[in-house]
Design a protein around this ligand. Sequence first.
Ligand SMILES: NC(=O)c1ccc[n+]([C@@H]2O[C@H](COP(=O)([O-])OP(=O)(O)OC[C@H]3O[C@@H](n4cnc5c(N)ncnc54)[C@H](OP(=O)(O)O)[C@@H]3O)[C@@H](O)[C@H]2O)c1
Length: 240
Amino acid sequence: MSKVAIVTGGTRGIGEAISLALQDLGYKVAANYAGNEEKAKAFTDKTGIAAFKWDVGDHQACLDGCAAVAEALGPVDIVVNNAGITRDGVLAKMSFDDWNEVMRINLGGCFNMAKATFGGMRERGWGRIVNIGSINGQAGQYGQVNYAAAKSGIHGFTKALAQEGAKYGVTVNAIAPGYIDTDMVAAVPPQVLEKIVAKIPVGRLGQAHEIARGVAFFCSEEGGFVTGSTLSINGGQHMY
Ligand SMILES: NC(=O)c1ccc[n+]([C@@H]2O[C@H](COP(=O)([O-])OP(=O)(O)OC[C@H]3O[C@@H](n4cnc5c(N)ncnc54)[C@H](OP(=O)(O)O)[C@@H]3O)[C@@H](O)[C@H]2O)c1
């Protein structure tokens, strides 16, 4: 029977490419999203992948959302924690809400989704969790104490949960993307982006499908001996 995968923030950007890569592996995919109905509808029309709306920062919404996916597609075997936001600003200008919202969604979302699905994976003796971190969680970034802290936390979360899952056939890994050509990066002012690209040794932004390939490997049968690992896909910008 084909595996069931949930990709959070799976209807656009990197998440869309991940949803498609997992569909290509023959998995039944559910793509979660937060509220962009237009993108979600266009995504489902194009791919045939069902979209499920909930806020990954809301604990109960994750429990209910994962139960709805299980009801529709079957028990959840794979979770890709991809949903994420930025609320940039230097510390002096960053509000508590900007801090809290990024922690709640980017890091809290990983906890909430794991709480909803890890037990079932463990009981069935097979599971894959992939968390999307960031180069800025590894190296830090000016004006991003919230985002860097949340993403750095994801890398610790990954290593800790990997230890709990290993003997039950559940792997937990992370990917740390560099700068990828999506709406999130389109929000960076062009003059700042130009300076960023100048620091990428391969000389360009990454593409969403290049991150999705890494996720597909972690989620494959052949990825079963890899756990607690972070794969950097960043064009050589940060060699960790
Ligand atoms: N792009 C980059 O250069 C880059 C680099 C490193 C790491 N990353 C990480 O990669 C991931 C994807 O980034 P991206 O560039 O593809 O982002 P994006 O284009 O901004 O898309 C974000 C996705 O997350 C969803 N989302 C946001 N908040 C959510 C919430 N509370 N609950 C459920 N879904 C939520 C959005 O749903 P709606 O469509 O409904 O809004 C959307 O599908 C993020 O975790 C990001 O931090 C990106």
